[in-house]
Design a protein around this ligand. Structure first.
Ligand code: G3P
Ligand code: CA
Length: 274
């Protein structure tokens, strides 16, 4: 047994900048993360896919068509090849209202590039996408986090407010259990995509509480009974993805512990008013 999961703070509402401040800048780009940081987000969110050469690229999709207008798949490219693709140009064409000539130079990043850029000045909320498809994605994430000093041999660094520098998230239970065995000191969030209202059986909650620090659930599924049940088991509840201010306020009032948002400025403002 790897031991009990880490407890996340239960006295504050976390703003998780979904793909960076992605309402305003190209998702997962360094400028989007810089803006999230300026806006006072508690965490910057990263999705990871594995490249042909076994590196971790910061990208949501497993193909490049939506973001770069190219037919390639991430797994067919090396990280260096992805680093040369200027998807900021495509962003400007697709988003004339918020296009900016500065985005033209924006290219894809590796996890290592983001960690090297921000080091211990940001908190990272990192999703392993489809970890089952790849060999050893978990080891690759831990390797990069170690290399940039975000985690030590046996402990996770904290920010000045006591928040852990890294939280790992996945829809894959298998991947999270593996991560918990490897590094019980890292807080883990199990993602769910409920069809209707969020619901987990008591036995599922017991198992979950053995390896995870909380859950991430879709906004449409969230309700206060579920949040209470998770809290009774010591689990945090983070809601994705919420951009509307009234909705953000609703989840603050509902007792959620944080939200994923493309508009961290709005969430920071509303959560501080509380
Ligand atoms: O990671 C939580 C939320 O971001 C899941 O949705 O598709 O944006 O990764 P997605
Ligand atoms: Ca995500």
């Amino acid at each position: 047994d790897a031991g009990d999961p880490v407890l996340l703070p239960d006295d504050r509402f976390l703003t998780i900048a979904h793909r960076g401040a992605s309402a305003y800048r190209p998702e997962h780009s360094i400028p989007a993360y810089l803006l999230a940081d300026e806006m006072g987000a508690d965490y910057i969110e990263l999705d990871l896919q594995m490249t042909r050469d076994g590196q971790l690229a910061v990208i949501h999709d497993n193909r490049l068509d939506r973001l770069a207008g190219m037919p390639e798949r991430v797994r067919d490219l090396t990280l260096d090849e992805m680093r040369r693709i200027p998807y900021g140009n495509h962003f400007n064409e697709e988003n004339p209202g918020i296009a900016d000539p500065d985005f033209a130079g924006v290219t894809f990043s590796g996890l290592s590039d983001v960690l090297s850029r921000f080091g211990n000045t940001a908190n990272y909320y990192i999703e392993l996408k489809d970890p089952g498809k790849w060999g050893e994605m978990e080891e690759a994430v831990l390797r990069d986090l170690t290399a940039y000093g975000i985690i030590g041999e046996r402990d996770v660094e904290s920010d000045p407010e006591g928040l852990p520098r890294v939280i790992l998230q996945s829809f894959s239970e298998q991947s999270l259990i593996r991560l918990h065995e490897l590094r019980p000191d890292i807080p883990l969030i199990r993602l769910y995509s409920f069809k209707g209202e969020a619901h987990l059986s008591s036995s599922t909650v017991r198992k979950l509480a053995g390896y995870a620090s909380g859950v991430g659930i879709p906004a449409a599924s969230a309700h206060s009974d579920f949040i209470e049940k998770m809290h009774d088991a010591g689990l945090a509840v983070h809601i994705f993805t919420v951009n509307d201010e009234d909705e953000i306020q609703k989840f603050i009032d509902m007792g959620a512990d944080g939200i994923f948002t493309d508009r961290p400025d709005a969430a920071v403002r509303l959560s501080q008013r509380h």
